[in-house]
Design a protein around this ligand. Structure first.
Ligand code: UDP
Ligand code: GLC
Ligand code: MN
Length: 367
């Protein structure tokens, strides 16, 4: 039964973040949420994107951009672009709903999470950088114009210690850390894909139950390239991703290429022609890469023309999350990659690069 007075809410102030919002919305649909889906957008979002958002979300709400303009704190956060996350505050104006769950546009849902609506305002998971603060990428809240106005007043009087919404919200809901343990969501509802590194044994033990992945940080899934023919994310030579990170990226791209891209093609056809967001790059060896360009005034016309994809059901994908992401995955590398790893000093002394194996190889050459 649909629950019409509760909603998942996200935010996209430009077309690039819309790609994330579409994947998030689609992932909630794939896992059969019974709640409404709402997205907040600003005037920068193109009409083609609005059309695409309208097919996945029940409500697309135009709001004014709010920018903290606090470059000092944002510089400390090393994310000068996040001043506009103050726009998130508009979510408290959605008073047609009695309760909502806000989710950043860079999150991805791996299973049904409707049970979050049993929690009260303000429930959120700890931030991996400072666990006495909550991460504002996923939180349960109650829309209220009174709270909205108090938040704006608080922002004017005190600002935000990180220049973005998270600093502000943590100061406003300052008793989160100490008062009610029910307002602490398990970390699995907002697992930062990059922390898998910082406590690998915990990830190996608990990670199979991950419910929401958050691609927190400056590198977003849409900054990577993807080969739709092989269904793989193409790693930049400068990035060093763990298997689990790569697996989560892969999940994002699977949803993007099987559900969102076909939708964007359709809505772009029926919209005015100044949409520039996808580019295709024809590689020498004939494989196709998808690359989402950052928005710019003088972007070229779209040239993207993907090959038809086999539809992958999300349930098939997520049932394999534990096998794909959690198990230490013995890497199969090309000879060239093997050599690069060696030269970079990543040597598997106890495994395939063990003295015994190298000796065997040398012996085989000598013979
Ligand atoms: N956001 C947006 N436009 C921007 C930057 C951020 O719409 O230019 C929204 C979007 O929903 C995004 C959220 O604000 O997910 C928080 O930003 P981000 O996820 O980049 O921050 P992080 O989680 O990496 O700290
Ligand atoms: C965080 C949160 C994000 C927030 C940003 C700025 O890292 O993940 O949602 O917008 O900080 O405060
Ligand atoms: Mn985020």
């Amino acid at each position: 039964m649909p629950v019409t007075d509760q909603a998942f809410v996200t935010l996209a102030t430009n077309d690039v973040y819309c790609h994330g919002a579409l994947v998030l919305g689609q992932s909630l649909r794939n896992h059969k949420t019974s709640r409404r889906l709402a997205v907040l957008i600003t005037s920068q979002v193109s009409s083609a994107m609005r059309a695409a958002l309208n097919t996945i979300f029940d409500t697309v709400v135009d709001v004014n951009e709010i920018d903290s303009n606090d470059s000092m704190h944002l510089a400390l956060l090393e994310r000068l672009e996040l001043g506009v996350t103050f726009t998130k505050l508009h979510c408290w104006t959605l008073t047609q709903y009695s309760k909502c769950v806000f989710m950043d546009a860079d999150t991805l849902v791996l299973c049904n999470i409707d049970e979050l609506f049993d929690r009260e305002e303000l429930s959120a998971a700890p931030d991996s950088g400072w666990p006495d603060c909550f991460n504002s990428g996923v939180f349960v809240f109650k829309p209220s114009l009174k709270t909205y106005n108090l938040l704006l007043q608080f922002a004017n009087e005190h600002g935000s210690f990180d220049g973005g919404d998270q600093g502000l919200l943590n100061s406003f809901f300052s008793n989160w850390a100490t008062t009610d343990i029910n307002k602490h969501l398990p970390f699995l509802y907002n697992l930062s894909s990059s922390v898998v590194y910082t406590y690998a044994p915990a990830f190996q033990y608990f990670g199979k139950d991950t419910k929401v992945v958050h691609f927190l940080g400056p590198s977003k899934p849409w900054n990577y390239k993807y080969n739709p023919q092989t269904g793989t994310v193409i790693e930049d030579s400068s990035s060093s991703l763990s298997n689990s990170q790569l697996c989560f990226l892969q999940l994002w791209w699977t949803t993007y290429s099987s559900d969102v891209l076909p939708l964007l093609e359709k809505t772009q056809e029926s919209s005015e022609p100044q949409i520039q967001r996808e580019e295709s790059v024809q590689k020498a060896e004939g494989s196709l890469e998808v690359h989402i360009a950052e928005p710019s005034e003088s972007s070229p016309e779209p040239t993207f023309n993907p090959t038809p994809q086999e539809t992958v059901k999300m349930d098939d994908v997520t049932s394999s999350v534990s096998e794909l992401c959690i198990q230490p995955n013995p890497e199969v590398l090309s000879a060239e990659d093997e050599r690069r790893k060696w030269e970079e000093g990543h040597i598997d002394y106890l495994g395939k690069d063990a003295f015994e194996n190298i000796k065997k190889k040398l012996d085989s050459f000598l013979l």
